[in-house]
Design a protein around this ligand. Structure first.
Ligand SMILES: [Zn+2]
Ligand SMILES: [Zn+2]
Length: 208
């Protein structure tokens, strides 16, 4: 009974003392350590892509390190379960897509009165007769109803002109100003006509 056991033990020790077998064992061991470190580094980078929190990548690395070179695959499984589902780049792209979709929806023109879809080049709603746009009298291109001037040719529309009239009234004021000057001159000259009128009553004067 002892002989087979001794023979087996001898064979085992001979097998593990074989230089080639030892080399393979060492190589496997170092490879596992390499994989362990690589997995920790992957977890660090992966977490950094998924969160802006500066601490979480180190926690992910610590999780992989904690499982030691031989059990770290379990750590990788745990990490994959608890990590944020989306990368920051994916979140950014999704937000961009949502914004683009929103802009597209907002770009769809609808009649402000009846809410039906209208073409951007229509000037009037064919269903409710709501004015949608008008034609610039200068360049004959379509302009918005609320534009204060034509974006195509720069022509000022009536409304701002009406608004500027009261602002322009101070400018014409100098025109009336010279008017009083002739009045003042007239007043001076008024003395002159008086003698003309006085010529008539000059006789009464003379009479006096
Ligand atoms: Zn309408
Ligand atoms: Zn115009």
């Amino acid at each position: 009974m002892n002989d087979p056991m001794g023979a087996l033990g001898g064979a085992m020790s001979a097998f593990f003392s074989n230089a080639v077998v030892q080399l393979i064992l060492y190589a496997t061991f170092f490879y596992m350590i390499l994989l362990w470190i690589a997995a920790a580094y992957w977890a660090f980078r992966d977490m950094r892509d998924r969160t802006e929190n500066p601490v979480l990548p180190f926690l992910a690395t610590g999780l992989i390190i904690m499982f030691l070179p031989f059990f770290f695959p379990f750590g990788v499984v745990v990490y994959r379960v608890v990590r944020p589902p989306e990368r920051l780049g994916e979140v950014y792209e999704r937000n961009l897509a949502e914004e683009a979709l929103l802009a597209e929806v907002e770009a769809i023109k609808t009649c402000r009165s009846c809410d039906r879809r209208v073409d951007s080049e229509w000037i009037i709603c064919p269903w409710c007769r709501q004015r949608l746009k008008r034609v610039c009298p200068n360049c004959e291109r379509l302009v918005g109803l609320d534009w204060s001037l034509c974006a195509w040719c720069g022509k000022d529309f009536e409304r701002p002109v009406v608004e500027r009239v009261p602002e322009a009234t101070p400018a014409p004021l100098p025109a009336p100003v010279p008017a009083p000057v002739p009045e003042a001159a007239g007043s001076v000259r008024g003395v002159m006509p008086r003698p003309v009128n006085a010529i008539a009553p000059s006789k009464p004067f003379a009479g006096r």
